[in-house]
Ligand binder design. Structure first.
Ligand SMILES: NC(=O)c1ccc[n+]([C@@H]2O[C@H](COP(=O)([O-])OP(=O)(O)OC[C@H]3O[C@@H](n4cnc5c(N)ncnc54)[C@H](OP(=O)(O)O)[C@@H]3O)[C@@H](O)[C@H]2O)c1
Length: 355
C-alpha cells in the first residue's frame, strides 16, 4: 500500500525531495464547499494540489500558498481540451483527479445536465485526449441518484438498491456516473455522499438561521429519517480512497449512522442555545405554494431554489443509508458525531459572520 506524505518527519524533507515525491492531484469544483475541503485535506496529506477553478470563481477558501490554479470551464469542451493538453505538454500527467464540480441548484433543469453530465464528459474526454495517465479518477456523485428509500419499511438505502432518481439534478448525476463507468480508460471511484454539512456550507445555513431566529419549520406530519456527513470526514474518505482502493468501485458515504430529522434540529438548538417555536406546514399546502412559486419563476424562464422536484426530495420520509462498506474498506470509523458536526458548523458560521 502506498502512503502519501503525512507525517511531520516527511514534512522536514528538503524542498527538492518534497517536490519530487509529491504526486499531482487535480480537484475540480475547488472553490466550492466540498471542493475547498478536499483541497485542504489533499494539502494536509502532502499532495501537490491543482485547484480547477473558473475565471469567475472565488478564491476565498483557497488561500494556501501551495495551491496551483488550473483554469477551466468544464461546460466548454474546447477550453477544457486545450487546457488539459497544454498542462500535459508542459508538466505531464495529473496522478489523481477528484471531480467535484457540479451544480446542486440551477437556473433550469437543462443546466443540471449541462454542468453535471456534460461537464463530466468534457473533463474525461479532455483527460483521455491529452494522453494523461491518471492513476485514479474519483467522482463526487450523490446519494440522490437512488431516490429516497422505502417510506414504509424505513430500510436504509443500500448500494444494491435499484435507482429511481426524483429530480433533474439526481438524473444528471446518475448520467455522469454511467458515463465515467463506461469509459474504462482509468480506474474510477464513485462516491455517493448523503447530505453534507460543515464550514462553508450554504444549504444547511438556512436551517441554522431559522433556528437561530427561534423557529423550527416542518412540512407534513411524517417523521423523517436522514443521514449526514461532516465535510472533513467526506474529504478524508475521498483522499484515503485514492490511496487504498485498487480497483474501480462505488461507495455510498455518510457518517455511518442514521437520524430522525428532529435529532438534527435538537443538535442545532443545543449548539445555538436556542428555544424554538414549532410551525408545521401541512404537506399539501407546502406543495401548492412550491408549485405556484415554480409557475411564476417559469414565466421568467427560471427555476426557483425550492422547486417541486427538490421539494419531493427534501420532504421524503427516508434518506437513511448504509455506508458500512466504505468504512470497512478504510478500516476507520472515527467520524464527527452529530453534535460535534453541528457544533463545528455553528462555530464556523458565527466566526465568519454567516450567523
Ligand atoms: N453539498 C451536498 O450536500 C452534496 C451532497 C452530495 C453530493 N454533492 C456533490 O458535491 C459536489 C460539490 O457540491 P458543493 O455542495 O460543494 O457545491 P458548491 O459549493 O456549489 O460548489 C460547486 C463547485 O462546482 C464548480 N462549477 C460549477 N460549474 C462549473 C463549470 N462549468 N466549470 C467548472 N467548475 C464549475 C463551482 O465553481 P464556481 O465557484 O466558479 O461556481 C464550485 O466550485 C457537486 O457535484 C454535488 O453534486 C453535494
Amino acid at each position: 500500500m502506498k502512503h502519501f506524505n503525512t507525517s511531520e518527519e516527511d514534512a522536514t524533507l528538503s524542498t527538492f525531495d518534497f517536490f519530487v515525491m509529491q504526486e499531482k492531484i487535480l480537484i475540480t469544483g475547488a472553490s466550492g464547499f466540498i471542493g475547498s475541503s478536499l483541497v485542504d485535506e489533499a494539502i494536509a496529506r502532502g499532495l501537490n494540489v491543482y485547484a480547477a477553478v473558473r475565471k469567475s470563481s472565488s478564491k476565498q477558501f483557497l488561500q494556501d500558498k501551495s495551491i496551483s490554479f488550473f483554469e477551466i470551464d468544464l461546460t466548454n469542451s474546447e477550453n477544457t481540451n486545450r487546457q488539459m493538453k497544454k498542462f500535459f505538454d508542459r508538466v505531464g500527467s495529473f496522478d489523481y483527479v477528484v471531480h467535484c464540480a457540479g451544480a446542486t441548484s440551477a437556473k433550469s433543469k437543462k443546466d443540471f445536465d449541462k454542468i453535471n453530465y456534460e461537464g463530466t464528459r468534457n473533463l474525461v474526454h479532455a483527460l483521455g485526449a491529452s494522453g494523461m495517465e491518471i492513476k485514479k479518477f474519483l467522482l463526487i456523485s450523490s446519494l440522490a441518484t437512488y431516490g429516497p428509500g422505502n417510506a414504509a419499511t424505513r430500510k436504509p438505502i443500500d448500494m444494491t438498491d435499484i435507482e429511481h432518481p426524483l429530480s433533474a439534478y439526481a438524473r444528471s448525476k446518475q448520467k455522469a456516473e454511467q458515463f465515467v463507468k463506461s469509459i474504462g480508460i482509468f480506474p474510477v471511484i464513485i462516491l455517493k455522499p448523503t447530505a453534507v454539512l460543515g464550514p462553508r456550507d450554504r444549504d444547511f445555513l438556512v436551517l441554522f438561521r431559522t433556528i437561530s431566529k427561534g423557529f423550527e419549520i416542518s412540512i407534513g406530519r411524517e417523521p423523517q429519517k436522514i443521514s449526514l456527513i461532516h465535510v472533513r470526514d467526506l474529504a478524508r474518505v475521498a483522499i484515503s480512497l485514492l490511496e487504498i482502493s485498487t480497483k474501480s468501485t462505488t461507495y455510498i458515504v455518510s457518517d455511518g449512522l442514521n437520524y430522525e430529522k428532529r435529532e438534527l434540529n435538537l443538535a442545532i438548538r443545543h449548539a445555538l442555545g436556542k428555544k424554538t417555536i414549532h410551525i408545521n406546514i401541512p404537506y399539501f399546502l407546502g406543495l401548492l405554494l412550491v408549485n405556484i412559486n415554480e409557475m411564476i419563476h417559469r414565466m421568467f424562464g427560471k427555476l426557483p431554489f425550492l422547486h417541486s422536484e427538490k421539494f419531493a426530495e427534501v420532504t421524503a420520509a427516508n434518506w437513511a443509508c448504509n455506508s458500512q462498506p466504505v468504512w470497512e474498506a478504510l478500516d476507520d470509523y472515527s467520524t464527527y458525531t452529530l453534535q460535534q458536526a453541528v457544533d463545528d458548523t455553528a462555530e464556523w458560521y458565527k466566526k465568519n459572520g454567516w450567523l
